[in-house]
Every structure is written in C-alpha cells, then in structure tokens.
Design a protein around this ligand. Structure first.
Ligand code: ARG
Ligand code: ZN
Length: 845
C-alpha cells in the first residue's frame, strides 16, 4: 500500500502526556501505557493507534475496560469527544525480535530502535512524528543500568524512572537495560549548565574504546554552541554502544544509541577513517538534538528536513576539524559515485519523496547527502550572513514544531526577500541535472553558455529547469587565475554569461567546489584536464580534473588497450613532489575511479561494461603508475612516517594516508617486502590493515591474514574488518567462493548486521567478483537476501541495492539477475521492505 504526501492530515487527538511502564522479560515483556488524550477540535477523526506484533492484554478508557477493533496494523476504539485517559497493557517478545526494530535484545542487553515506525512494536500509539508528547518512563528489570530519555527522576534496586520534559514524537523514544558500565564525562554549557555525559558499554574490552567518543561528544557540543548558537537542554546525555544495530546510530532524545562500530575506537583496532567517521557520527547524532528533536518533521516525507540539514552540519564540523578541501572532495566524490547512481537508476526519488510503501527504504543517499547539498546550495545562493540569520529564525520560529520543507524555505524567504519557488524544485524533482557547457572567445570577451536538462526518472517524465548555483573561475594559459571564483545563477534552460577584458582565451574552471550536484557535459581534452590538474586554484576542481583525466585514460586502456597517457602520470608526479600541498590532498589525488564508476561511464557512452576488462584496466594503470612514480614513492613513504604515539588527528592521519598510498605503489614493484615490514612493525590499525591489504592486492599476505584473524578473534569489530577485507581482496574469480566460504565460519552470524554487511557488502562492492559471468555472485546474494529477509527485512532491503545497476550489463547477466530478483519477489512472506525494493528494480524503466 502506497502512502502519499498529498494525503497528509493531522491526527484527530492530542496526547498531552504519556506514562509507560516496562516489566522486562526476554520473551514476555509487559508494557503498560497511560495516555492523557484530548480530541483535536480542528481535525476530528477516529481514535486509531498504530500497533504491530503486540498481544493486547487489556485496554481501558477512563478506567473502564474497552474492547477495541484490532488489526495487524493497529486498533480503533470508540472514544469520548472530551479529554480522556487511555490505558493499555501489551505483551512483546524482545528476545525473538530479529528485525532489530522496536524493543529487542542484543547480547543480553535490551535496547530500542524506533525510527521510523518501530514504536508501534512496543505499544499501541499514534506512531507519527507530528504527535508529540511528554514521556515519563518506568523500567522494571533486574539490571544494574536502566536508561530512558530525559532526566532520571528515581531509581532503586530493580527499577528506574525517567522524565523527558521536552515533548517528542514516539520515534525518539529509547530504552536501554543491561549490565553496562559507563565512561563518564562532564560538559558545562555556555550558559553555565552542567551536563553529565556517559558512554555506556558492556564490561570488558569495550571499556578501553570510549575515550575518543567522549572527546568527540564534547567537541560537538562546543561546536554547536559556537557555530549555530545551540546549547544542550537536559541534565544528562547518554550514549550506548550496541552490537546488533541496523544503521549507524540514532538520535533518541538524551539517549543516543549507536552501532558499536560507530562509537568505539582505539588505535590498535580502528583506522584513521574509522576515527573520522566516529567523530562525524557522534557530531551528527548530537546535532540532531536541535535539527531533528527540538524541531522535528511533520511527516516522514519531510525526512530530509532533519537529515539533510544535520548531514550538512556534520560536514561543516568535520571540515573544521581538519581540511575543508579534502572533506569537500570526499563528499562530492560520494555524491558523484553513489548518489548520481541512485538518481540514474530504478530507485531514483526526490530529496522529498511524494510517496512511499516502506519509509525505511528512504533513508537513502539522496535524502541524506543530496539533502545536504541542497542546504549547501541555499547557503551559497543567499550568502553566509543570511544563512546564519535564516537559521536563527528557523530555531526561533519552529522550536517545538513538527515542521516541513515549506517552513524551512520560508525562513530563507523571510530573511532575504528572495522567492524560493524555483529552488523548491530541487526537493521535488528526482534525477541529476546535466549542464552542457559551450564557450566562445571573441574580442577579449569570453562567454560561457550553460544549458540544463534533467532526464526522466521513474514516475517523473518531465523536468522543469532548476536554480543552479554555478561557481566558475578563469585561468590564463600561463596558469595565472584571471577571473577568481564567481557564482553564476543558472535559472533558465539556457543562459550565456560573459567575461570581458581578457587578452587571451582562458581555460574555464567550472562548477568549482562542486557548487551544485549536477553532471557537467563538455567537450574537453586530456591536455586541458592535465592543465587544470596542475593549475586550478580550486582544490575540488583540481581533484576533479585529475579524476576526469584518470577516467579518460582508463577508458582508453579498457576499451582500446591503450597505454596510459603520460600527461596523467607526469601530472601525478608533479603533485606528489609538491611538498607545499597538504599530504591528505596529495593522497586523494592518488585515488582512482572505482570499477563501478568506470562501468557507469562505459554504459553512459552506449557501451556494455565488461567487468573483467575494467578490472584488468585498473590493475594495469596501478602497475604503470607504480613504475612511473618509482623514484618518488619511497621518498614520500619515508617522509610521511609519523613519529611518536598514535594520534588520530587530521594532520597525522593525512600523512599516514599518503604514506600508505605510496606503500601501495611500492608494493606493486617490491613483491611485498615493505608492506610485510610495515605489517610487522605497525602499532596501529591504519598501518596494519593497509599493509595487509597491499599484500593481498599482489596475491600475498596469507600468513599475515591468518595471524590477523587469530590475533583479533575476540574483537567483533576487527573481525568484521577481516571478513570484509578477505572478500574485498579476493581475486575476481575467487570472490564469490570466498564469500560463500566465509558464511561457514563459526563466527559468521547473519543476525548481526555488521557481520552480514562485512561479507555481502564487500561482495557487492567487489565489482568483477559480484558480476562474475557465471552469475554465481548474483545467486549467492539472492539466496542470502532471501534468508535475511525472513529475519531482518530492513537489512535485507538495504543490501538488495546491490542489484540497482543490473540493467547496465549484458543480456546474459541481466537474465540471471532478473531470475534472482523474480525469485525473491515470489518468496513466501517476503517483507514489505524488500518487496518494494525488488519491485522498483524490476519495473520497466
Ligand atoms: N536518524 C538516524 C540518523 O540518521 C538514522 C535512523 C535510520 N532509520 C532507519 N529506519 N533506517 O542519525
Ligand atoms: Zn541523522
């Protein structure tokens, strides 16, 4: 059943307060709810409460037993048209809840995940974000630690009570109970309020992995005060690490629940990338306290209101911790690979979808990352000062509201007087706009003609022109910048912009800083790409030119067996040698396009990608690069060693990143001597696992892999890394067999989303392995998705996106994928989650 944005209607009742009592028991937890209900005079309606997989024990209105109509989706009850008290007791079974939604157990601890619609698996309730209430929670259970939202108001042996003074929707409810220990901290807000901070983990080795997260939390709290003027609003802020968790983390009011992989860190077990990601996720969840919790969403169509903005805020935060340039390159690169792919395929949807079957399927890169790009475009269009004013107005006007994208845009309109009607199309129109660029130089005037076009996406055949903030600079053939960055605003289908007073035809640097999430279409040459790679003053465009050049070179190698273009290799050499450049920037310049992106580029130009040819093309370029740069790599490797005890700070991490890029080149030539040495000597996971990966890349490292496996058997998160790396570094013809073999390991556990993803996510990303011509990769994935769906629909539906690009490949491969997807679609009892995804992927384009 499809839900539509246009059908939105407020609930017929207000819930002024809710009191919940939990009597915890593994398979028979009782939940008693008491709600103060008041009819909504403006929108009278039926008294319908959501509820799924609940056993109703009794229900009362004003103390009198009632017999509601109960269905699989909820209950309806005759109710007075004056305020009343609703009470009900239900029984639920956390221990057998393998969907990890609602109340469930993970390694003996109770925890919850309610966003988006999990609260209805806990008790009967209007489980919709526009129904906000004040929650008081009593937990009874034989555990030393019993946590819920808000402030603690009482506790003793076997029970605890919590009260959250801030009205909130049910999706922000959380409960945790277990034998847990805290890593404590404190924070004093700008206005002098003391806040108790805790990171809760199970006793044991995890206790030594909390310090970084605690520092990250304090940094985030300070940053939100300084940059957005937002202070924390409760006496206590708790974070809990949970091993079995479907996503990264969840911003429940005052009680954030984290996938343990997104909060626990130590130098020996976590890479620099892990540290950076943990820092960003802790910030993200903390920032939700204002953008998400104090101001929430009216309905789930508005998901990007909180997610896009909060991602944008965490991106700003991460930039402030290290390099804005490198962060921008990484965010843009993710958009261009993964989000453009979503926009171009069967799963394309607008940043604010107009309909859905299962909302859990819309926690996507489009809603999150493209949603964040829309905030960035708004900021660029109105300027930093107006952005700050608009945000102040947003917090002031909408605090306590369940708001909409219309509300969000209105604050910008009110602050700037600008009409954002056209800008709003960015929220409503799916697909990536293409901007075709042509230019001309006559009598000292350079003109740029921009023409925009967006291809049809499922359900949206016609697209209207968007407002595209298009940053450009002009560079003279000498390499000097003659026109510094200017922001052009493309609002029509086609527009020409001119730049006068130039003595010679400049080279344009287009879409600087990735000023809009669009695809540039322009005839250009490798010589021009190499020129920009060497001379552009905009770091993103410098990277982009290098990436485009690498793609062009690879394309010739793959489709024409050409030798790698020396312009690219010389350009890289110059960048590597330039010690004035940030090491992290030099390292990203060495990143190559992925096999998947190359497959996309081939399909885009009308070809049919051959996964093995792509694989070999990339390998050949890696070897050629290693040879071409062999005089520089050892020097870089030596220079970039970081002395002293490990620190995950951005500067040290950047050096390690560059050192490990150099090591990957050295390893192509020295047979693994340097990598083996690094593996032995490494005192941190970054250098350890990078050395292991380099060895595996050249078909070595068997002993090291076995040692790594044995050393870390007891550490779940490192073991996930080992599973993932083993699949990722398998030879293409072995990848499927390796993944299948790993599912027989005693510690493979499909019930743990991290472990499942470590194998099947890695397989999906092993382009040549997954797309093996035999179809074995497709079949293995299909079989396991079918098995997983029966336990954990959300996780299965998410992983099903492995098939998103299937129509790119040849008819034989397509036929196998179709068979696999149709078998899944026909599986008995397939979840709504997976069936929506499979249905969309099978639909005729
Ligand atoms: N709100 C959480 C976050 O972005 C993620 C919740 C994901 N929920 C889901 N059903 N996929 O921080
Ligand atoms: Zn979020």
């Amino acid at each position: 059943q499809t839900i539509y944005l246009k059908d939105y209607r407020p609930f017929g009742y207000h819930i002024d307060a809710v009191h919940l009592t939990f009597k915890l028991a593994p398979t028979a937890t009782r939940v008693i709810a008491r709600m103060q209900v008041r009819p909504n005079a403006d929108y009278p309606g039926a008294f319908f409460l959501h509820g799924q997989e609940l056993t109703l024990i009794w229900a009362k209105i004003d103390g009198v037993p009632v017999t509601p109509d109960v269905t699989a989706e909820g209950l309806t009850c005759d109710a007075p048209d004056a305020p009343f008290v609703w009470e009900a007791e239900v029984e639920i079974s956390p221990d057998t809840n393998t969907a990890l939604e609602g109340l469930y157990t993970s390694n003996g601890m109770y925890c919850t995940q309610c966003e988006a619609e999990g609260f209805r698996k806990i008790t009967y309730y209007p489980d919709r974000p526009d129904v906000m209430s004040v929650f008081t929670v009593r937990i009874e259970g034989d555990f030393p630690v019993l946590l819920s939202n808000g402030n603690p108001v009482g506790q003793d042996e076997g029970w605890a009570e919590w009260h959250d003074p801030w009205p909130k929707p049910a999706y922000l409810f959380a409960l945790v109970a277990g034998d847990l220990v805290n890593h404590p901290g404190t924070f004093t807000t700008k206005s002098g309020k003391d806040v108790e901070l805790n990171i809760w983990v199970r006793p044991g080795p995890d206790e030594a992995k909390c310090a970084f997260g605690m520092e990250a939390l304090k940094r985030s709290m300070t940053w939100d005060e300084n940059v957005y003027g937002r202070e924390y609003d409760l006496d206590i802020f708790n974070i809990v690490a949970v091993d079995d968790f479907n996503m990264g983390a969840m911003e429940n009011k005052g009680l954030n629940v984290f996938n343990s992989s997104c909060v626990l860190a130590s130098p020996e077990t976590s890479t620099d990338a892990n540290f950076e990601r943990i820092d960003a996720i802790i910030a993200h969840e903390y920032f939700h306290n204002w953008t998400g919790n104090r101001i929430t969403c009216r309905d789930w169509f508005q998901l990007c209101l909180k997610e896009g903005l909060t991602v944008f805020r965490d991106q700003q935060y991460t930039g402030d911790q290290g390099s804005h340039a490198v962060k921008r390159i990484e965010d843009a690169s993710l958009m261009r690979s993964a989000q453009f792919q979503e926009d171009a395929g069967p799963l394309a949807h607008p940043v604010r979808p107009a309909s859905f079957v299962e909302i859990n399927n819309f926690y996507t890169i489009t809603v999150y990352e493209k949603g964040a790009e829309l905030i960035g475009m708004l900021k660029r269009l109105v300027g930093d000062a107006a952005y700050a004013q608009a945000l102040d107005l947003y917090f002031e006007r909408h605090d306590g509201d369940a708001a909409t994208i219309e509300d969000w845009l209105a604050v910008f309109e009110d602050v700037t007087g600008r009409d954002l009607g056209q800008f709003k199309r960015w929220y409503e129109q799916a697909g990536t706009p293409r901007v075709a660029v042509s230019d001309d130089f006559t009598n000292g005037t350079y003109s740029l003609t921009l023409r925009q076009h967006t291809r049809p996406t499922p359900g949206q055949p016609d697209k209207a022109p968007l407002v595209i903030p298009f940053a450009v600079g002009l560079i003279a053939p000498s390499g000097a910048e003659v026109v510094p960055t200017q922001l052009l605003e493309l609002t029509e289908e086609e527009q020409t912009f001119t730049f006068g007073g130039l003595s010679e035809k400049p080279v344009p640097s287009l879409l600087r800083d990735f000023s809009a999430p669009v695809i540039l279409e322009r005839d250009t040459t490798n010589a021009e790409r190499a020129f920009l790679m060497a001379n552009d003053t905009d770091p993103y465009n410098r990277w982009q030119a290098g990436d485009a050049l690498a793609s062009a070179v690879l394309m010739d190698m793959i489709t024409e067996d050409a030798a790698p273009d020396a312009a690219y290799l010389d350009g890289l050499a110059a960048i590597l040698r330039d010690d004035s450049l940030d090491p992290a920037f030099r390292a990203v310049m060495l990143d190559l396009p992925s096999e998947d992106e190359l497959a996309r580029d081939i399909a885009e130009t009308g070809g049919v990608p051959d996964p093995m040819a792509i694989y070999h093309g990339l390998e050949a370029l890696r070897v050629a690069r290693a040879q071409h740069l062999q005089d520089i790599s050892p020097r870089i490797y030596a220079d970039m060693q970081v002395a002293g005890p490990y620190s995950p700070d951005a500067k040290s991490a950047g050096k390690r990143r560059l050192a490990n890029s150099a090591l990957s080149m050295i390893t192509r030539l020295d047979g693994g001597v340097a990598a083996a040495r690094q593996f032995e000597a490494a005192d941190n996971m970054t250098n350890k696992i990078s050395a292991l990966a380099q060895l595996m890349n050249i078909g070595k490292g068997e002993a090291q892999s076995a040692a790594f496996r044995a050393d870390w058997k007891a550490d779940r998160l490192v073991t996930d890394k080992w599973f993932g790396l083993t699949v990722a570094r398998a030879a293409p013809e072995d990848a499927v067999g390796t993944a299948a073999r790993l599912t027989d390991e005693p510690d493979f556990d499909m019930g743990n989303p991290n472990r499942f993803r470590s194998v099947f996510g890695a397989l999906a990303n092993h382009h040549a392995g997954f797309h093996d011509a035999s179809g074995a990769g497709y079949r293995l994935m299909g079989d396991w998705l079918g098995k997983l769906d029966a336990k954990n629909p959300q996780a299965a539906a998410r992983m099903s996106t492995a098939f998103e690009t299937w129509r790119r490949y040849d008819p034989d491969r397509q036929a196998i994928v179709r068979e696999v997807l149709e078998a899944l679609a026909g599986q008995d009892g397939l979840s709504r989650d997976t069936s929506e995804m499979v249905g969309r992927m099978l639909a005729d384009p």
